[in-house]
Design a protein around this ligand. Structure first.
Ligand code: C5P
Length: 239
């Protein structure tokens, strides 16, 4: 795995390689790494990951795998081969599925002579509010309790960490310890648009609370000057 030079991972939620590479070339000197999610991956396929890896930047392949263990293990194996630095599965798939993904990824990395990617579990999406969680998804209790339960399950299943909202960093750290990776999307600089995110926090606050990596998309990629927006976030984190 190539190391992340800072905690900021930029989500390249675009349709084409040209758009992704244009952003990667501009933002590469400042970003910690890039994220290829379902929009770009489903549009261009593995080339999206390989193209970025050729630029020697770490890539978080955010496909949120959720299927039977054998299928998820197969996908984790393939994504490891493509050079993912981080890949993820849904914690709601259960311990067996999470463990199958982690084992397959590590075995494939060893077989191919690659550094194994971090395998992390998505807990509760940052776009889900407490009300939607209880009334539409039908899980009772506070989101925070479910996130901690799933984080502990992920750790027991051998995963490296979780994706969660910045609002849950503290209870995850308390339950899972300092070495557990916590990746937080739903990060919004003060005064920025919330878009469809509901459980948000500023980048500075998320780092202060102990996030390992922050995922930021539109506040940077949709800004009139993405480099300026990214540098402002880094300065805010350092201030
Ligand atoms: O544009 P924005 O900063 O909202 O992008 C956040 C990114 O993080 C998106 O690519 C989204 O898919 C991803 N993500 C998320 N919530 C999660 C997991 C991933 O918003 N729980």
């Amino acid at each position: 795995m190539v190391s992340f030079k800072n905690p900021l991972i930029i989500a390249l939620d675009v349709d084409t390689i040209a758009q992704a590479e244009n952003l990667a070339d501009k933002l590469g000197p400042y970003a910690g790494g890039f994220k290829v999610g379902m929009q770009l991956y489903n549009s261009v396929g593995p080339e999206a990951v390989r193209g970025l890896r050729e630029k020697n930047v770490p890539v978080f392949v955010d496909l949120k795998l959720h299927d039977i263990p054998n299928t998820v293990a197969g996908a984790a194996r393939v994504l490891t081969r493509h050079g993912a630095s981080i890949l993820n599965v849904h914690a709601a798939g259960g311990a067996g599925m999470m463990s199958a993904a982690a084992t397959a990824s590590r075995d494939e990395a060893a077989r191919a002579g690659l550094k194994p990617p971090l395998v992390v579990a998505v807990t509760v999406l940052t776009s889900i509010s407490q009300d939607v969680f209880n009334k539409e998804i039908g899980i009772t209790g506070p989101i925070r309790d479910r996130v901690v339960t799933w984080a502990l399950l992920a750790r027991e299943a051998g995963l490296d960490g979780v994706v969660a909202s910045p609002l849950e960093i503290t209870p995850i750290r308390e339950a899972c310890g300092e070495d557990f990776v916590v990746i937080t999307p739903g990060v919004r600089p003060a005064g920025a648009a919330q878009d469809d995110q509901k459980r948000t926090m500023t980048p500075r606050e998320a780092v202060r609370l102990g996030a390992t990596y922050l995922v930021v998309g539109r506040p940077v990629t949709a800004a009139p000057d993405p480099v300026k927006a990214l540098r402002a976030i880094l300065e805010e984190i350092d201030s």
